[in-house]
Each structure stands twice: as C-alpha cells, then as structure tokens.
Write a protein that binds this ligand. Structure first.
Ligand code: SAH
Length: 368
C-alpha cells in the first residue's frame, strides 16, 4: 500500500488531537495514551516496535501516519568533543541548527524555534537569512528527541533499558528564531517535553530566550509551567540597543524592563539577561554602570556572552580585560553576573553560523 499524500505527522499532535486521531481509526482512547508513551518515552521510530498496540492499529500507523525523524545534513564536533552541532534538513528543504553541549554533568540541547528569524539583530548570523517559516511543534520536539536517542544507548528499543544511560538534562531555546514569535507551536512543544506522561523533563530545566517581545513576555508570565525566561538585552539604552536589536524601536528598554518586572512579580522567578560583549560597542565601564542602574531591584541575573564573530560582520568579541572590568562593575553594584564560556567556537556554534557556512559552500559536509 502506498502512503497517503498527507500522512498524519504524529509529533505535531497534542494529546487531544492524538486521541481524536486514534478515535478516527476506530480505537479506544487509552490507545492514544499508549501511543504517546511510545513516541515520547520509548522514542519509537517505527510502529512495528509498538508491541503493546494491536496489529490493526500498528498497520494503520504504518499506512497513514509518520514519525518525522530529523535528517542530519551536516554535523560538527568541537575539538574537545563536548559540543556537537547538527544541521537538519526539514521535509521542505529548510535548514535548522541544534547544538548538544555536554559539560558539568549536564547534557544541554540548544534548539531552534523558527527556520531563520525576522528580528534582524545586526550581530546575528541567523538574521541574515530572514524568516523562512515557523517550526511546527513536532519539529521543535524532534530536535530534543534526536539527541536523546543519541545519548541513550538502546540497541533494542523493545527491551527495557538497563545499565547506564545518559539523558538530556536541560533544554535552551536559543537556536535559530524568535521563540515568542512562534508562541503556540513553542508552547505545544514545551508541554510535550515537560508532560510527565510525555518526555517528562522538568520545566525548571528549560529556558526560553527572547529578543524582548513584550506581549509574549506577558503571556509567558501567565503560563502554568515554571519554564525559565531569558531576555536578550545587549545594551542598557535605546540609542545603542536599537542599532543592535532593531525591535527595540517597537519595544523600548523602559517598557521591556517594566514587562520583566511584571513577570518577576507574577512568577517570583529570576529572569536572565543576555548581553553579547562586542569590542568598543557595548563593553565600556560607563555602559556597565548604566546597565547596573537600570537593573537595580529586579530579581535577575546577567549572562555575559563573548560574541561569536560572524563572517562578513564588523563586530568583534570584547577584549578579556574589558569583559573582566564589566563583570566587576556589575557585581560591585549587586547584579549577579556570569561570564559564559565560549563553547563550540571552532564549530560555528553561534546562532545560524553552521547553516550560513554550509549554504555558502557547494557541498554539504558529511557526518563525522
Ligand atoms: N531570538 C532569541 C533567541 C535566539 S539566539 C533571542 O534573541 O534571545 C540566543 C542568544 O544568542 C541571543 O541572546 C542572541 O542575541 C545571541 N546571539 C546571536 N548571535 C550571536 C553572536 N554572533 N554571538 C553571541 N551571541 C549571539
């Protein structure tokens, strides 16, 4: 039998839609729960594995449905072996990037929320490609499942997992795209990832990073999951920030920080601010003072990120002594600050950089 033209994409169905689909196949509702377990706990890749389901349902799944595994188009491993960056080609040819970082007993996966991005940040490689399209919930979840499969040493998926296995411990939505511009799909994915009956990752292990879309931040504050929020600030005043993050003109810093304060008041959760350190642009002691003044009294944390240089871009990473001075000023003003280690610099692990390089070269690098 040939596949229908539009197979049901199982990863895109939320639990209600999965129940409706299973009902449409003439099966009782509890089969949807079993199928959900096969998809997100057992990480089944083929209906034939789903031994608890009746043969008739497995046959329907094989004929009419699809478990859309991501196809790696290129993969880079950092010299120290701890960072792996994979470029996936989606069914329509779009390329997205996902990064696995294995450090400090954590396995953190950095996932994309859109193919491309409409935000136009001037120092970001993804911005150069513009927005191609939103990722579906299934495409967002599948990035996590890809690396979970990679970490779990399961040879026979039907046998109970025994012995040591490594798992994804943290998810950051800091890859390509603006997650709050793809809000509904992002949240469906986050619900699957955190659902105790699904992938069952703790909400507190997940961080979503936004360029600062205020309506999205307000919506985020009302959600019932304790997912962390990070805001990409990069500058303490609008004159400078608008040159780096154009959306600042629509959502200026005063309004953005007011939204951040509402978020903290509502959730009692600490908010993170990302600040990519660019030489001679946003790394002066005066700007550190200005930043500290603006963040006073806000339950927050500043993550300073050394800029990943992007080909064809004038921005360069700050010098070490300027970064150290910036950190010292923030800390002396009582702003908790972390200097993020630059990981995967040798593998184009900055946002959008692997895709940019692959798109420029005529041949796609093969998997290592
Ligand atoms: N759109 C979201 C998430 C995407 S990128 C956001 O703006 O937050 C995750 C972080 O990487 C953001 O803080 C982004 O500004 C930053 N970033 C983008 N390009 C970078 C580069 N070349 N070097 C360092 N950080 C970069």
């Amino acid at each position: 039998m040939t596949k229908p033209e539009h197979p049901v994409r199982l990863y895109d169905l939320d639990p209600d839609a999965l129940r409706d689909q299973v009902a449409a196949w003439g099966q009782p509702a509890y089969r949807a729960g079993q199928l959900y377990q096969w998809l997100y706990q057992r990480l089944a890749i083929d209906p034939a594995e789903m031994s608890s389901l009746p043969a008739q349902l497995r046959a329907l799944l094989a004929e009419e449905a699809q478990i859309e595994l991501l196809a790696p188009a290129a993969e880079n491993v950092s010299r120290d072996g701890h960072t792996t960056k994979t470029l996936f080609r989606l069914h329509d040819g779009q390329l997205i990037e996902t990064v696995l970082m294995r450090y400090d007993r954590r396995n953190t996966v950095c996932i994309s929320s859109q193919a491309g991005c409409a935000m136009g940040c001037t120092f970001c490689a993804t911005a150069q490609m513009g927005l191609q399209r939103n990722l579906t919930p299934g495409e967002i979840v599948a990035q996590v499942l890809y690396f979970e499969r990679w970490l779990r040493p399961i040879t026979d998926p039907r046998s109970p997992v025994t012995g040591h296995r490594s798992r994804i411990t943290n998810v950051v939505v800091m890859g390509m795209g603006e997650p709050l511009a793809n809000y509904a799909n992002l949240w469906q994915a986050l619900r699957t990832l955190t659902d105790p009956a699904g992938f069952a990752l703790g909400a507190r292990k997940i961080t979503v990073s936004t360029v600062g879309l205020i309506p999205g931040i307000d919506r985020f504050a009302e959600e019932d999951l304790q997912i962390n929020l990070a805001v990409s600030l990069h500058a303490p005043n609008d004159a400078l920030r608008a040159t780096l993050v154009p959306i600042d003109r629509r959502y200026p810093i005063a309004d953005l920080l007011a939204a951040c304060r509402r978020y903290v008041a509502r959730t009692h959760r600490r908010i993170s601010f990302e600040y990519a350190m660019m030489a001679g642009i946003n790394d002066s002691p005066g700007l550190a003072e200005e930043l500290a003044a603006r963040l006073q009294g806000l339950l927050c944390h500043v993550n300073l990120i050394p800029l990943n240089p992007v080909a064809g871009s004038p921005f360069q990473p700050s010098r070490r002594e300027d970064v150290d001075a910036f950190v010292a000023i923030l800390e002396s003003r009582g702003i908790p600050t972390t200097l993020r280690v630059r990981r995967g610099i040798d593998i184009d692990a900055g946002c959008g950089q692997l895709r940019a390089r692959v798109a420029q070269s005529t041949s796609i690098p093969l998997l290592s």
